[in-house]
Design a binder for this molecule. Structure first.
Ligand code: ZN
Length: 269
């Protein structure tokens, strides 16, 4: 219709983006072409989730998790009991003579108990994920794919509680429901004050956050969960989503996304 024509390119089109639509508008000083782009690395999100229904969750030593709203989910008692029973059977196996029938029997029992623990844990993870996603549309979590965590005491607790398998269940459920799990940097989430941002160093056994700078006082994990939530609030995908909920049209979001360099990651799996 127009044939070829010269244009002023305000922004270059980033690599890996596909042009979805182009719209032309006539303004006083000329014609404007607005392109809507798609980044295949950013998963499509259902447009009807509410970015304000957001929470942050912190993995704890004491609780399974604490939300930025101060809710806690405890590690279930039966799980601890099952772990104890596991250790008893394990001892039984190692005491019995290799190759004996009695040992064979104990090994069988051990396998059964392992499966029982795994099933209970999975069940608990599913229930916890469901409860969170019923209440919140966006859940910010610590990105645990970091070196260094393995050396900390927290790592053991994370492994015990199966935090990473919980995260993959939560992420899958969120994706299927058109909701969002946003991993954020775990750096200093428990040390920084969630109210004023000052660093308030504390050892692992100190369970309470008492900020000498602003007087903010709350549970250590609660403070961390608020920091985790706050780190996700500025996320480009959420910003784009808030715009679509409030004022902007889809193509403006696409362009705004380009301007802000959309996230190259969101979740894996
Ligand atoms: Zn403070």
């Amino acid at each position: 219709m127009f044939g070829k024509c010269k244009l002023v390119l305000h922004r270059s089109i980033p690599d890996g983006f596909k042009i979805k639509t182009a719209s032309i508008t006539k303004k006083a000083d000329g014609y404007y072409v607005t392109l809507s782009l798609e980044d295949s690395t950013v998963p499509e999100i259902k447009p009807d989730f509410n970015p304000n229904k957001i929470t942050g969750i912190d993995v704890g030593l004491k609780e399974f998790l604490t939300t930025s709203e101060g809710e806690t989910v405890a590690i279930p008692q039966y799980y601890r009991k099952a772990q104890k029973r596991l250790r008893v059977i394990q001892k039984c196996v190692s005491r019995r003579k290799k190759g004996s029938n009695r040992r064979q029997e104990a090994v069988k029992q051990l396998g059964k108990q392992h499966k029982k623990v795994a099933d209970k844990r999975k069940d608990f993870h599913f229930k916890t994920a469901n409860n969170l996603l019923k209440k919140y549309d966006v859940i910010a979590v610590e990105d645990l794919n970091i070196k260094g965590l393995a050396r900390t005491r927290l790592a053991k607790s994370v492994l015990d509680a199966g935090w990473s398998s919980f995260l993959s269940i939560l992420t899958n459920k969120a994706v299927n429901a058109g909701l969002l799990v946003v991993p954020v940097s775990a750096h200093n989430t428990s040390q920084n004050c969630s109210n004023c941002g000052e660093k308030v160093p504390k050892k692992l056994h100190e369970r309470w956050h008492d900020c000498p700078h602003c007087g903010c006082s709350l549970d250590r994990d609660h403070n961390a969960a608020i920091n985790i939530k706050n780190r996700a609030v500025g996320h480009p995908v959420l910003k784009a989503q808030s715009m679509s909920v409030s004022e902007a049209s889809p193509k403006e979001i696409a362009i705004a996304g380009v301007a802000e360099k959309p996230a190259s990651y969101l979740y894996s799996g």
